[in-house]
Design a binder for this molecule. Structure first.
Ligand SMILES: [Ca+2]
Length: 174
């Protein structure tokens, strides 16, 4: 059966690129997005192209497992530019602004004596449409995207496995 499919593809290649599209059919692309983050800068696909990047799908009101995941990635790769997108379409849900949200995430590892780290290079923004397109309906998922915009790995739920984070950053050449 397979030879037959290949034969048909060969016949169609000049008009449809049949073989090429078959090879790529499993590729999931980072959806189109353009969002203003809490730092006032606009992030979109064009800005992020040519480099591997990480998107944490979270929400303003998600502390667990979201904050754990954010700090786990920071501990593996401090000062890496991570996009933190909210799956909640509401502007300032529960009165929480993007800046409030960033502050709360920074405070996750604070103790009485020590403020720990601050996620200074993380950009917090809305992203419900992108999340929906990727079929992410709950906060706490992480997308590892390569320089061509392909989602190489989509992790659902808490991500605190440092070896796995290292491996996926290598996968996207980040
Ligand atoms: Ca902190």
């Amino acid at each position: 059966m397979r030879w037959f499919v290949v034969a048909v593809c060969l016949l169609l290649v000049p008009i449809s690129g049949c073989l090429a599209s078959n090879e790529n059919e499993a590729a999931v692309l980072m959806p189109e997005f353009s969002e203003v983050a809490d730092n006032g800068e606009t992030y979109d696909n064009a800005r992020m192209s040519g480099q591997g990047f990480v998107v944490i799908f979270s929400a303003e009101w998600c502390s667990s497992p979201c904050h754990t995941t954010m700090h786990a990635i920071w501990s593996v790769r401090p000062e890496f530019e991570v996009l933190v997108m909210s799956t909640d379409p509401l502007v300032e849900p529960n009165g929480i602004s993007l800046s409030d949200w960033h502050d709360a995430a920074d405070a996750h590892d604070d103790t009485d004596e020590d403020e720990g780290v601050s996620l200074t290079t993380y950009a917090f923004m809305k992203g419900a449409e992108a999340a929906t397109t990727l079929e992410i309906d709950t906060p706490g998922s992480v997308a590892f995207v390569n320089g061509e915009g392909v989602v190489e790995y989509l992790h659902k739920g808490r991500l605190s496995d440092q070896a796995l984070i290292e491996e996926m950053l290598a996968l996207i050449n980040a």
